[in-house]
Design a protein around this ligand. Structure first.
Ligand SMILES: [Cu+2]
Length: 462
């Protein structure tokens, strides 16, 4: 990540944020129009070459879709790209045919075609939407945006801010690096890592806050593969929800967020500027600045976090369905051969001829690979063993699962998530009630890993 470019860019960033954005995407309360289209976009300072990105409604990130829990969302989507695409509503416990997985839950939407997504919003929280056809390329090129489902009960925040983080891989000329898409080196290692960090499409944006207010920050990691390490300065931040689902609040001002994960924070703003830094590089990397505006008026909003209720109780563990998932492959791994299209092949051949590198239970996965068939109503324990040399951000569609998470320190926390970051060698139990019928993907959200085999389907039979 380049500090030099960020510094030169800061003046332009401030200016851009003072211009109000008019949203043309919202037709009425619950009806949105989205397009996916190619759009020129400039990273960094004036004079830099423009990149050819693929964006929703020509914006990076795509427009914020925001509506209330208990309503039905309708999105009229038109594909203006030159290739097929679909939209996945990440974290929504969706009806299966609206889950947006091309060639599994719907045919891909061809160029020029329109598809209407229509589904109920049963859970409030922070979600996001992104392309789910060749997602390793389409998400890298910019096809994602935030989806916020508002609580019905008042929580009392004065300000509700969504931050979408992405690490782009740019060339020296600050252009989106197209040539490295599909690099086997990336696919066999951590995935496509970028060198240019943005929040809401900008480098180190300034977002002003009023003093003595209560703010909710919703952070989304839209990176293809980058695990981001962040730290808030000047304030302690309270985590109130993970992957949309409210959790028992806990203070955590320095934290990790893996690809596709979301974290919601409650912060009581006083009179000091709030700062967000990325901490992976040698020096703290300024990521977002929240300058404080002085005000004479005092907010009388009272925060009521009790109104953020857990979505579900922990499932009944009586006679659970236990599914073993042994993850193998990648560079420096122990997988020498795997089944691909019914045939056993060496990993060397699979890598060079098919760009396949990862396996579940000895099989190179894809959308036709069924991990398990489960009867509705069963409690499922996915016993997942990360037997690789890499971290993986494991995502289940259609359900949230309970996980005794080691993501926030040595003492595990039992939380609900839809995407869990697994360490090399870790064995985890992902527990959920199979209460949503359909064909649901379970895959790594390092999108290059999913494309090269770390994916399968859980079939929940009604
Ligand atoms: Cu992975």
């Amino acid at each position: 990540m380049k500090r030099r470019n960020f510094l030169l860019n800061s003046a332009a960033t401030t200016l851009a944020l003072t211009i109000p954005r008019i949203s043309v995407s919202k037709v009425n309360e619950n009806y949105y129009k989205l397009t996916a289209e190619s759009k020129k976009f400039k990273f960094g300072e004036k004079g830099n070459k423009k990149s050819n990105l693929w964006l929703y409604n020509q914006k990076s990130p795509g427009p914020t879709i925001s509506t209330k829990k208990g309503t039905e969302l309708i999105v009229e989507f038109k594909n203006l790209l030159k290739e097929p695409t679909t939209i996945h509503w990440h974290g929504i416990r969706n009806i299966n045919e609206m889950d947006g997985v091309s060639n599994l839950t719907q045919p891909a939407i061809e160029p020029g075609e329109t598809f209407i997504y229509k589904f109920p919003l049963n859970d409030a929280g922070t979600f996001w939407y992104h392309a789910h056809n060749k997602s390793w390329e389409q998400v890298a090129r910019g096809l994602y945006g935030p989806l916020i489902v508002e609580d019905i009960l008042p929580i009392g925040f004065d300000n509700d801010i969504t931050l979408v983080a992405d690490d782009w891989r740019l060339t020296k000329e600050h252009e989106f690096d197209e040539k490295s898409l599909g690099s086997l080196m990336d696919w066999s290692h951590q995935g496509r890592l970028g060198n240019w960090l943005t929040i809401n499409g900008e480098s180190n944006p300034k977002i002003s806050l009023k003093e003595n207010t209560h703010v909710r920050l919703r952070l989304i990691n839209a990176s293809n593969a980058r695990i981001l390490n962040f730290k808030f300065k000047n304030y302690s931040a309270k985590i109130i929800a993970l992957d949309g689902a409210p959790c028992e609040p806990f203070i955590k001002s320095a934290f990790q967020i893996a690809p596709a994960q979301r974290i919601d924070f409650a912060i009581d703003i006083k009179n000091k500027d709030l700062m967000l830094f990325e901490t992976s590089t040698e020096k703290l990397y300024p990521t977002a600045l929240f300058p404080i505006e002085k005000t004479d008026s005092i907010t009388d909003n009272k925060i009521n976090l009790k109104n953020l209720k857990s979505w579900d109780n922990f499932p009944n563990l009586n006679q659970p369905e236990i599914i073993d998932i042994h993850m193998q492959g990648g560079a420096m791994g122990n997988l020498s051969s795997a089944i691909f299209n019914g045939e056993k092949k060496s990993l060397r051949e699979l890598a060079s001829k098919e760009a396949k590198l990862w396996a579940f239970n000895g099989e190179i996965g894809d959308y036709s690979y069924t991990i398990a068939e489960i009867k509705m109503g069963k409690t499922v324990i996915l016993k997942v063993w990360n037997d690789t040399a890499w971290k993986h951000s494991m995502h289940l569609h259609g359900h949230h699962f309970w996980i005794n998470s080691f993501e926030f320190g040595k003492i595990p926390k039992m939380i609900m998530r839809d995407t869990y970051l697994m360490q090399p060698g870790e064995k985890a139990e992902l527990i959920f009630e199979a209460n949503n019928p359909g064909l649901w993907l379970f895959h790594c959200h390092m999108l290059e890993h999913a494309a090269s085999g770390m994916v399968g389907v859980i079939n929940i039979d009604s």
